[in-house]
Design a protein around this ligand. Sequence first.
Ligand code: ADP
Ligand code: ASP
Ligand code: MG
Length: 404
Amino acid sequence: MSLIVQKFGGSSVADAERIRRVAGIIAETYQAGNELIVILSAQGDTTDELIAKAAELNPRASKRELDMLMSTGEQASVALMAICLKGMGVPAVSLTGWQIGLKTNSEYGSARIESLSGDRIKKELGQGRVILVAGFQGVNSSNDITTLGRGGSDTSAVAVAAAMGADKCQIFTDVDGVYTADPRKVPGARKLDEITYTEMLELASLGAQVLHNRSVELAKKYHVQMEVLSSFKPNTPGTLVKEVTKNMEQFEIAGIAKDTNTTLVEVIGLKDEPGKAFQLFRLLSNAKINVDIILQSSGCGVRKDIVFTIPRADQEKTLVSLEEHKDALGYERIAVDQDVAKVSIVGAGMASTPGVAARMFEALADAKININMISTSEINISVLVAADQADRAMNVIHEKFFPQ
Ligand code: ADP
Ligand code: ASP
Ligand code: MG
């Protein structure tokens, strides 16, 4: 008998018909003699709809109340699934994050998991039930409901798999695996049989929405083998996410990702003197703003500009901090550009393969796509391009590295 964790995303449980289909997958796994814990997301676009309802009432809704609101989406999903399974004669129980003892810190909207007691899950498994856990949520030390960040049900699934010592963690979604690029944007994308934790973490962090980046981080830390597969074609093998893969040296890169949730901020006319960059980035770090790509102009005369990107969600906070400290920083003005996107290539072998960056830039040059900023690491190369060029950029880069 194996202990299996299965997670189904929002589109997989969007309506009654899809809930029935997923219930069929769950029933089959259970009836094959496995112990089963299932993590569910909110149905379809429920989370977006709840956020929109809050914004209608108060565009600056408190994060605590938003978490209280958003968590109801997952709660409805698990209750509906339990109702469906019981109707099919499968013993099941739905549980919230609080009921399974999933404790988090108090960062509402992006809470980090601190512990998971597992007692309730063990007790219910002992009764022979399928456990349905509401994803994306936990409670803080005051027993207030928190959420783990958008896409966070993947992280709930891996945390449960790690804490319960599950034999496998299957992430069912609306595509049949991890591809070399988003198959909805890049028609020629290829499905990967396997990918390493390191490369998957990088792709997810750089915008490949197929897995929540923190789920991969946790899986790597606790050696949870993940499999990404389709809830519409459950018997088609998906993609394994693991420590080492067989085909490590097959391609120069593992994949391409796009991040459109980025904002470019230009701090123009700073005094060209030592300590300015330190002053600026200390300020942003104190405000807990994650700065991504940074560029400093060489300075003309006694002034210089510093340009950087930040997550779109931090835009307002960044502008407020910069405005508040305008005099101390001594800049002339700030400019903001939201019409940008970051396109990245990821590959563990990149550092030891000469010419990878040149090939990426050649693809963009041939397509006449202008690069605004570049950043590199051992395992990725990212470029900032105009948002309306990003899909084309992904496609031409993909064609360069994975020719048809
Ligand atoms: P779920 O609701 O099941 O959590 P998501 O919408 O969060 O599903 O993630 C699945 C989506 O991720 C796919 O529909 C696909 O468009 C997108 N995606 C982005 N990059 C990739 C990639 N490299 N491989 C597969 N899917 C990707
Ligand atoms: N329902 C949440 C969201 O839409 C969590 C998830 O789906 O993973 O972000
Ligand atoms: Mg998701």
